[in-house]
Design a protein around this ligand. Structure first.
Ligand SMILES: C[C@](O)(C(=O)O)[C@H](CC(=O)O)C(=O)O
Ligand SMILES: [Mg+2]
Length: 299
């Protein structure tokens, strides 16, 4: 009922414990609080909150238009609906290093388990597009140091994302990742790795947990969980996948409605009313008033 029972500091502690075990944790991207509940119900390890999805949700491209207030507000709504740890995409940190510091505290207060901050310039773009630019090393390290200094819960995960691979190559990415770890990053998100051997090379060079981004229609092949585990990855995200699936279904559903005038043919693809009510624990609200759920939904 209502929100998750596990307090944020406890989610962070448990998340850190699991990360330290070295296993590979699976974090599908939630596009709203309801889909975060579904991710938990289906047995995944955590919830990813994507900047691209939050921008798309507002009908905007992913170019740094969303504000800290908007992202923290939505991330809070998502994080509080799941017992799982939620990590959020904090883009370039929403400004200068002092803004990065404030962002950390906002996201801690919003109940997140962690976030990542990247080394792109502003305006940023999807890490899997051509023509990206990254900031110099000094600026990249300042962002991470500011983040680490601002954190009040030492279990809040500060992950550094580097986009430098697509700009300067793998050696530069490994070099930057090492320096980001020295600056205090708890984990590294090497963006737009070309193949498994690149993930493996990063693994051999870096001691902290590593994240693999399995976004579709990008620069990385869609490796399986087993393949990523074999090369030593610790976190895998499918950041936009649920939104893409839902929007794909919505596009086809609208076409069907337009063509045939009803959606009878699509019922099998829909989440049933009964499944929705189970997911939101409708019946549980009888706790307040026994007349809330006194009906049956035929399946
Ligand atoms: C992970 C990512 O930062 C996101 O915002 O979800 C994007 C995903 C995408 O646009 O496919 C990214 O830059 O990889
Ligand atoms: Mg992003």
């Amino acid at each position: 009922m209502l929100y998750a029972q596990t307090p944020a500091h406890e989610k962070r502690r448990l998340f850190r414990e699991r990360l330290a075990s070295g296993e590979l944790l699976r974090f599908p991207g939630a596009f709203n609080p309801l889909s975060a509940k579904l991710i938990g119900e289906r047995g995944f390890d955590g919830v990813y909150i994507s900047g691209a999805v939050l921008a798309a949700d507002l009908g905007l491209p992913d170019i740094g238009l969303t504000t800290l207030t908007e992202v923290a507000g939505r991330a809070k709504q998502i994080a509080r609906m799941t017992e799982l740890p939620a990590i959020v995409d904090a883009d370039t940190g929403f400004g200068e290093p002092m803004n990065v510091a404030r962002s950390i505290q906002e996201f801690e207060d919003a109940g997140l388990a962690g976030l990542h901050i990247e080394d792109q310039i502003n305006p940023k773009r999807c890490g899997h597009l051509d023509g990206k630019q990254v900031v110099d090393e000094d600026t990249a390290l300042k962002r991470i140091r500011a983040a680490v200094d601002a954190r009040r819960d030492s279990n809040f995960l500060i992950m550094a994302r580097t986009d430098i691979r697509a700009v300067e190559g793998l050696d530069a990415a490994i070099d930057r990742a090492k320096k980001l770890v020295d600056a205090g990053a708890d984990a590294i998100f090497p963006e737009a790795m070309a193949d498994l051997s690149e993930f493996e090379a990063m693994r051999n060079a870096i001691d902290v947990p590593l994240l693999a981004n399995m976004t579709e229609f990008g620069k990385s092949e869609l490796f399986t969980v087993d393949q990523l585990r074999d090369v030593g990855m610790n976190l895998v995200i499918w950041p936009v996948s649920l939104l893409r699936l839902a929007m794909g279904a919505a596009m086809r559903g609208l076409d069907e409605l337009d063509a045939s005038g009803n959606l009878e043919a699509k019922l099998g693809e829909m989440q049933h009313r009964a499944e929705l009510y189970e997911l939101v624990d409708y019946e549980g609200y009888n706790h307040f008033d026994t007349s809330v759920f006194n009906f049956r939904v035929a399946r």
